[in-house]
Design a protein around this ligand. Sequence first.
Ligand SMILES: [Zn+2]
Length: 485
Amino acid sequence: MATLLRSVRRVPLDGEPAEPVDVMLADGVITAVGVDLASDGAEVVEGGGRWVAPGLWDEHTHFEQWAQTALRVDMAGTGDPAEACRLVADHIAALTGPEDALVVGFGHRLSAWSREPVTAELDAVSGSHPVVLMAGDAHSGWLNSAAQRLYGVSFAGICTEADWFALMPRVTEDPQSLAQARLRRIREMFALGIVGVVDLVMDDHLGPWQRLAAEGVALPRVDVGVFPSTLDEVVSAGLRTGDHLVGGNGLLRMGSLKIIADGSLSSLTAGVRDARGDVHGHFAYSLDELVSMQTRARAHGLSVATHAIGDACLSQVLDAYEASGAAGTVEHAQLVERAEIPRIVRLGLALSVQPWHLVDDWRAMDALWSGRCDDAFPFRSLLDAGVTLKLGSDAPVAPLDPWRAMAAAVHRNTPDLVPWHPEERITAAEAFRASVRTRVAVGQPADVILVEANPLDPQPDSASTAERILTSTVSATYVAGQRRY
Ligand SMILES: [Zn+2]
């Protein structure tokens, strides 16, 4: 069924004129853009002054974990382990189910806690419930003794990095609640105007997508990325980056190999140089190991998405790309040594960045990366040098919401606060272009959204520009020409 969007104005991503046009969606693509198009039997949707834009992408998500957080105790904003324990105690007091039901919390920041947590204090409030509290950056967890017995592990305090990544996928809610949470999260995405996500699947295999498609669930486009533990499976299936996944109705594609090369800012494990040039942090692999994984991916037609948060890790990762010749992205790149920017351009790597982390973490960066913050989230400098930016959320680390990512890139704080390192702000149009993959033009995929107002309407300052982006209202979302919201 074709759809004619009648009299809509194009959001001026590339200076498109403000005059209304008609946009025809047919067979999954935009087949015509013009004035007074004949409907030719298409369903006509009156624009009524609305604006049309390409649908939004979130270029870095962990969908299954995002679905799970819909079911978890919110630990964001807690100031110390005692406060977290009080939330757990309140939650448990309100439970009606079995006495040994798993309790999972999510969202605290270790860097925001005044001290290290101790297992015994969590035991003291949790009765016979196994309790797992996952840090908001997904790089560590705090388990009580019952949870440690449940998963057959033993830690005096927190569980971090490789130990945690092995454990985290095993911490999961009952299948029925999770199935409902997945559907709810997909509806939320469409309501935000999202037409596609990069999903970096943290357990084995290719995530829930092919199964959801088989169940008839309407899906966004998904580029499914996998971790090294799934590489053998992908290679033996002959899947190359960009290949359509079986049963995915053309929406599901093979993505990249994801490699996590260092830790994170707020778990204090990012691979950074301090102001004296000394290197700190957790490096998950040697250079040789990185090169060998990237080389294998490249040989089998896979692009690589390598996580590097600190500048020292970024240099190591660039060395690896240089040696392997692999194509792909650096994920996060929160601290970028200026001298490395030309190398990023030369290697043709895109940077997949999450501006909302800046809003969550600028205080921690001021404290932990003292003297280095001029190089943190340097979006302006990267764009000016010719680096391609792709915006994302890293959900569940930040909410899966491209409007937040754009607003944070534009103002570098919430609109009520002064911008953090304002010289690195980018424009609303630049942020929007970094959040879409297509254009409203003939021959492009019919992945479009209607918004009530022009999110790029010029404003007097970056705070009001960010505010305008954050208050954008999506009134329709089309994926491959099908209305999903
Ligand atoms: Zn991530």
